[in-house]
Design a binder for this molecule. Sequence first.
Ligand code: ATP
Ligand code: MG
Length: 362
Amino acid sequence: MLKTAMKVLDTITSHGYQAYIVGGFVRDYLLGIDTNDIDMNTDATPQELQKIFKEIDLTSEDYGTVVLTSNTIRFEITTFRKEIGSINNRRPIKIEYVDNLYDDLQRRDFTINTICMNQKQEIIDLLNGREDLEAKIIRTVGNAKTRFEEDSLRILRAIRFATSLGFNLSEDVQHAIFQTKHLLKNLSYQRKKEELDKIFAHSNVKRGIELLLEFNLDDDLELPKLREINNTDSLISVWSILDVLDKYPFNNGEKELIKKINKVLPLNNLDPKVLYEYGLYINSVAAAIKGIDKKTITQAYNNLIIQSRTDLDITSQDIMNLLKKPPGKYLSDIYSDIENKVLYQELENKKNKIEEYILEKY
Ligand code: ATP
Ligand code: MG
């Protein structure tokens, strides 16, 4: 991967431009962490890059960033730029291309995200990012308050990096968070959720939540139940506890899971009917939230007489033959009745026993 990246840099520089790997990849590389996405920056404009790499599709250009795929690796290449002004503490009023690396680094969020690597794999560190990397400190490029006012997502990014890297926030950053955190209200729930997902999905999530609470961000993020999180086994259990389906955007899969988990939370997760109806996964998440261990739930689930309708020793055809009736709603009524009886062991899951019961009752 690094070899392919060096080739890309080589190609760009051989045309007389500057080009570097910048940001997360270099930071993680120096920390010995594997990463998959590589961001590059260059003084070549998107149009000039397209002359070098014909495969670049300029129609997907986004704020001076183009995507190049080489050897199946995806590179995001951004032209050196300056960001001017800020709208709604969220994004710049306009961007302007610049011709030097230093100016491009000035717009970046944290010093640890400004370290570059050139085509000879040499580290270029114009803003002393390495020093902060070694000291494990998240420090903004320039004044923290100003940088958070320009884009308040940086507050969450700071906490996300402190969480994922196990770093500390500089004094300046800590102070600025208190001064600017009210601006988080102006951000879209979508952008906030993307950062929160990264915090909640990380193995160091406990520290992430501690930090969010230390700055009382539960108010600003409208997460009133943040303090109640007692289980961080999965992203879905965290969001289920937070219970903010009405505010934050979730995909349909997430929505369905969160709704079901919250529905079984007040129920007895060892009850055969609850286990049968909601399945092992939903009940395990709910049980974990309540402090019931996974083994107990798994055992109870495995001990169910039936785990799905097809486990019943009778088919709809059998029932229709037995009652000499065409299909109809009565079938599902009979099914739920015998499911219940079998689950609670009031009826044996044996064809002849079930038939006997049906004939007697229906
Ligand atoms: P990772 O990819 O591991 O999440 P990253 O640092 O690469 O971390 P990206 O979101 O991929 O983060 O952004 C790439 C680089 O762009 C960052 O390293 C940083 O230099 C810059 N950047 C990203 N978001 C912002 C922002 N909101 N404000 C300023 N600079 C930013
Ligand atoms: Mg990245």
